[in-house]
Design a protein around this ligand. Structure first.
Ligand SMILES: C[S@@+](CC[C@H](N)C(=O)[O-])C[C@H]1O[C@@H](n2cnc3c(N)ncnc32)[C@H](O)[C@@H]1O
Length: 303
């Protein structure tokens, strides 16, 4: 199947490697939750950060951030994650409430607590795919705060570099019924073959009326931004070298691939939504966020 030798193997769970990035996003969501002008609320996020040794000492509130919004990591980058959370919350809830979709698939779910914090319609099922160790940590923390999901929740422990397509139907997912999929903060960690397999699998497992949102990075050369304020601050403040975790191979054109298969796609920059919501990051020189795109795709009904 897809290539399995990969730079993010080695450390499993959230102790290090790519799993620790789930904690980084959780810390950003915790900070966002406590902002006076918060765009998204995640009361579970700080519990993950406080429980994991790898995130010891990280801030979970805006008042704990030295330099506030001027801090490239816990200011600007955290604002990015807050905005992303809100935009993708709205996307998923729109598909469920307006589009009538009842199956939600979070791919590379990490410490995403949407199954516990969003108002899902009756009959909704949320499938969460991530590696076993990450999901085990998540359950341990959520059980510790007696969290109760607001939809039926089905964890699907899988490594997305393996042949995982059969796991979802095996977990109760119905490919004949419409579904909404989210691939947030994941693709740039995967080898290109695993990304292509993922997109083809989404196409194969979706009925007409389904939707997908994913985050991509368009740069031909990710290393061009190695000395950007964002990557530098992430290395210096918490010791995470994101570029070392990314798969630096040329990325496939996943939006184009979906369009070839009849999906309609809309490609946005995060800055489009900063302008819409009145907060979030804006472009800056040598910007590690310059190539980030949020892609929204719909599979026409009847296809
Ligand atoms: C940056 S986190 C994003 C988590 C979540 N989507 C969010 O936005 O909060 C990346 C997640 O992708 C998961 N991931 C990375 N490579 C993976 C793989 N090969 N198989 C399954 N999950 C993977 C990690 O374990 C981690 O939870």
């Amino acid at each position: 199947m897809v290539e399995t030798a990969h730079r993010n193997t080695g450390v499993e769970g959230v102790a290090g490697g790519v799993g620790v990035t789930a904690l980084l996003v959780a810390a950003a969501r915790a900070i966002e939750t406590h902002r006076p002008d918060s765009l998204a609320q995640d009361v579970f996020a700080e519990h993950f950060v406080l429980a994991a040794p790898a995130s010891k000492g990280w801030p979970v509130r805006p008042e704990e951030v030295t330099d506030g919004d001027a801090n490239p990591l816990w200011g600007r980058f955290a604002r990015y994650f807050g905005l992303r959370t809100r935009v993708l919350d709205d996307f998923l809830l729109g598909s469920a409430h307006t589009g009538g979709v009842r199956q939600v698939v979070l791919v590379g779910a990490g410490l995403d607590s949407r199954a516990y914090r969003l108002g899902w319609p009756a009959g909704c099922v949320v499938f969460e795919i991530d590696r076993e160790e990450v999901l085990a940590f998540k359950h341990q923390v959520l059980d510790g705060v007696a969290a109760v999901p607001k939809a039926a929740r089905v964890p699907v422990p899988m490594d997305l570099r393996d042949d995982w397509a059969g796991a979802l139907p095996g977990a109760g997912f119905d490919p004949a019924a419409p579904s909404v999929w989210l691939i947030e903060g994941l693709l740039f960690y995967l080898p290109p073959a695993a990304e292509t397999y993922l997109v083809d699998t989404v196409d194969r497992l979706t009925a007409g009326g389904s939707a997908l949102a994913f985050e991509a990075k368009l740069e031909k050369d990710l290393l061009a931004y190695r000395d950007s304020a964002l990557y530098t601050a992430t290395r210096e403040q918490i010791g995470i070298d994101l570029l070392d975790l990314f798969d630096l191979s040329p990325r496939p054109d996943s939006a184009g691939r979906l369009a070839e298969r009849g999906w309609s796609t809309a490609v946005h920059t995060p800055f489009d939504f900063t302008r819409l919501h009145g907060r979030g990051p804006l472009p800056e020189p040598n910007d590690a966020l310059a190539g980030n795109r949020w892609v929204f795709a719909d599979k026409p009904r009847g296809s």
